[in-house]
Design a protein around this ligand. Structure first.
Ligand SMILES: Cc1ncc(COP(=O)(O)O)c(C=O)c1O
Length: 390
């Protein structure tokens, strides 16, 4: 088996790919198959590289029961976005002290629900939300999310919607104290699949200002920094490896906080799960738009609405592997629905073998994160993307 334009060994060991493929061969497409051993190894790598950090898994990346069970057993903590994720994680016997309510956008009654379940750690970035927390979760620990730069260098930016400027962050932490809450720390997310490591440096510089000014001017001693996610998965566009991220980020922390760090939290999603999954789809149709067209349209049985929404604006470029080899020609790749937005890659054309045929399989590598959890329930009648964990 040889590769088309990608080198399979850049993404999977031969044993891991063989294990996933032999399972995949027994199933009808489309589906994601997850190799839990790969997640286990990725978790270990994060622990080894950030030995001083508490890991809070961002459940939104993939809430599959087998993944939650594995991470629960590994001792992970959990970054939770909704009451539904909360119930799921508590169902595995996770104690509320291992949970952070990381969504800054929440209903008052949902805050109360978390509080009644015993959760005491809450993110915020606005006064209205903070006042809701003070009412529904008295005495809770508060961390304020700040805005960060880095939008242009993250493949999937998260800025603008979340966070506030540092002046407001300080006002909120002071207000938290005045409302009887515990001003506990500061968080940021530099953008998902952040390729520019210095984004953490800029963010930590802001955090340091908040820590120092609150201490000097208001006698508030913050205890925690939540550095969010943004650590890399292995897609088509290159990144540094995790070790380089960790070495640099640790250096930034030492420069700002000396050897004696506050409590450090990281919230990996993509970097922990993406590489463990392969989405397997089948070619439905291959066509050209004219007799002389220089590229084909390859339609497959998975698309933007069934798990590949991160191809929006062609943001995440998943490596695609096919078994056939031979001469390559550029192709547009599109999904199966009657929606013209359901095109995954049109500007960035993927070279695929000329002998690719209807019925052949496409292996979308590094698709363990943000695929199944994004899949629509019934668009055009297609069922949600299936998932198997082995
Ligand atoms: C609050 C929060 N933390 C962590 C993450 C995970 O980020 P990543 O997948 O880049 O690791 C996200 C992703 O959206 C998030 O919203």
């Amino acid at each position: 088996m040889t590769d088309s334009h990608i080198q399979l060994q850049d993404y999977y060991s031969p044993e891991t790919f063989a294990r996933l493929k032999s399972f995949a061969d027994t199933k009808d497409t489309p589906f994601v198959v997850i190799d839990t051993a790969t997640i286990d190894a990725a978790y270990q790598e994060l622990e080894d590289n950030f030995p001083y950090a508490n890991i809070y898994y961002a459940v939104k990346a993939n809430p599959a029961p087998a993944i939650l069970k594995l991470l629960t057993e590994r001792g992970a903590n959990f970054d939770i976005a909704s009451i539904y994720e909360l119930d799921k994680v508590l169902g595995f016997g996770v104690g509320p002290e291992r949970i952070s309510y990381g969504n800054t956008i929440k209903k008052s009654r949902d805050i109360r629900y978390f509080y009644e379940k015993g959760v005491r750690l809450f993110a915020t970035d606005s006064e209205a939300d903070l006042r809701n927390i003070a009412r529904a979760a008295p005495g809770a620990r508060i961390y304020v999310r700040i805005l960060t730069e880095g939008t242009l260098t993250a493949d999937w930016p998260l800025s603008r919607k979340f966070g506030c400027e540092i002046d407001m962050a300080m006002d909120l932490l002071i207000l938290a104290r005045d409302l009887g809450l515990e001003p506990y720390g500061v968080s940021f997310h530099v953008g998902s699949q952040q390729r520019e490591i210095s984004s953490w440096d800029a963010a930590l510089g802001k955090v340091k200002v908040i820590f120092e000014r609150l201490k000097e001017e208001d006698g508030i001693e913050l205890k925690m920094i939540n550095m969010g996610g943004g650590f890399p998965a292995n897609y088509m566009t290159r990144t540094n490896d995790l070790q380089t991220y960790a070495q640099e980020i640790t250096r930034f922390l030492e420069e700002d906080f000396g050897k004696d760090f506050p409590e450090i939290i990281i919230e990996p999603g993509r970097s922990l799960i993406a590489n463990a999954g392969i989405l397997v789809s089948e070619v439905v149709l291959i066509s050209r738009k004219s007799r002389t067209a220089l590229h084909r349209w390859v339609f497959t049985d998975v698309g933007k609405f069934s798990g590949l929404i991160e191809t929006l604006d062609e943001a995440i470029k998943f490596p695609i592997y096919v078994e056939k080899k031979g001469e390559l020609e550029d192709a547009v790749i599109a999904g199966p629905t009657c929606d013209s937005a359901d095109i995954m890659y049109e500007h960035h054309k993927y070279p695929l073998p000329l002998n690719l045929a209807i019925g052949d399989r496409l292996y979308w590598l590094s698709t363990g994160a943000y695929t199944t959890s994004y899949s629509a329930v019934e668009f055009n009648g297609f069922p949600p993307l299936k998932e198997y964990c082995i």
